[in-house]
Design a binder for this molecule. Structure first.
Ligand code: MTE
Ligand code: MO
Length: 338
């Protein structure tokens, strides 16, 4: 079986590059791993307590997003879910956030269902030796089947959450939040250098940029400047885009389900085929926009529900481009506001 995902290369034998932020300062404070958030009991473990728990050893393939792989590293420690079971995660929890002891408050996250499937390890050893500090010792998360940025070094806290909290690389540098190396989920846009994308995200300014297929689901981008941006097929599901400026932008086939688009400016934008189910479009302005094939409400009841349209500006000629059921929804339910 081929164990090398697409466009990865093996690191030289015996080589294991050190990647990412520098190790935290030495501290007299004992290492304590805590599990909190949406938990019935919660939990905290000292290093000795972790070492006293039943240990497992696993061979795990490392795939760094920067294209090197190291196959069959032998990690030892405690399965994450042994700890989560003791902490008793509440049923509302959907995501796990893994926080490092780190000057920049480094973290990453996993959907709880994915984590269950991937079965990450809270690693204390590698090749039978205590994990080196540069590689995340004394305690690191090791998540098999994901790029290595989903394996947080210097793990101190696991938080069970109802909503995702994007990790450091995912939020700052445009690394893909799912990170499956077999699907090459490296960066949220394939067409732009991750460093540049990181800058654009930090400044919330996509004006005039070509970001075809951008994957920005759940991102906090309120006040985004994206006039004239090319955002065809972009994924903005559940994103926070209040006051976003999309004037003259191309958002055809964009997925905007459940997004907060309060007061967003879509004047003269191309939103053909865009999906706005469940989005909050209160006060948004579609004057001059091209709405052919847009969806504001599902044909049958669905998980997203209808878009919220209070004081949304959609001129009659724009409405004419919609299917009869969409037209009925817009004119029927929101007469006066449109
Ligand atoms: N705390 C912390 N964990 C982190 C990072 C980081 O910057 N800080 N970088 C990630 C990235 S991008 C990679 S590729 C791996 C690198 O792990 P290594 O240095 O042991 O090879 O750690 C991941 N975990
Ligand atoms: Mo990485």
């Amino acid at each position: 079986m081929n164990r090398l995902p697409p466009n990865q290369q093996l690191a030289a034998p015996g080589k294991w590059p050190v990647v990412g932020e520098k190790a935290p300062h030495e501290s007299a404070a004992p290492w304590i791993l805590r599990v909190g958030g949406l938990v019935a009991r919660g939990g905290m473990w000292t290093l000795d307590e972790l070492r006293a728990m039943p240990q497992v050893e696993r061979e795990i393939d490392i795939h760094c997003v920067t294209r090197w792989s190291k196959l069959g590293a032998r990690f030892g420690g405690v399965p994450l879910f042994d700890l989560l079971e003791e902490a008793s995660i509440r049923p509302e929890a959907r995501f796990l956030s893994f926080v490092a002891r780190s000057e920049r408050n480094h973290s990453t996250s996993l959907a709880l269902d994915d984590a269950r499937e991937l079965d990450p390890l809270v690693a204390l050893t590698c090749e039978g030796e205590p994990l080196e500090k540069s590689h995340g010792g004394p305690v690191r998360l090791v998540t098999p089947g994901r790029y290595f940025y989903k394996s947080v070094k210097w793990l101190e806290r696991v938080e069970a959450r109802a909503e995702d909290r994007l990790g450091y690389w995912e939020a700052e540098t445009g690394y893909h939040n799912n990170a499956d190396p077999w699907r090459e989920e490296r960066y949220i846009s394939r067409d732009i250098e991750p460093r540049l994308l990181g800058e654009l995200l930090a400044r919330r300014d996509f004006s005039g940029r070509d970001l075809l297929g951008l994957e920005a689901a759940g991102m906090i981008l309120s006040g985004l400047k994206a006039d004239g941006a090319l955002l065809r097929n972009a994924d903005f599901r559940g994103a926070h885009l209040a006051y976003a400026a999309f004037r003259g932008a191309n958002l055809s086939n964009a997925r905007l389900q459940g997004a907060d688009l309060t007061l967003a400016d879509f004047r003269d934008a191309d939103v053909e085929g865009a999906d706005f189910r469940g989005a909050d479009l209160s006060g948004a302005n579609f004057t001059g926009a091209s709405l052919f094939g847009c969806t504001f409400v599902g044909e049958t009841p669905d998980e997203w529900g209808p878009a919220k349209l209070e004081f949304t500006v959609i001129p009659p000629d724009a409405i004419e481009a919609l299917t009869p059921s969409q037209q009925a929804f817009l004119t029927g339910h929101h007469e006066g506001d449109l």
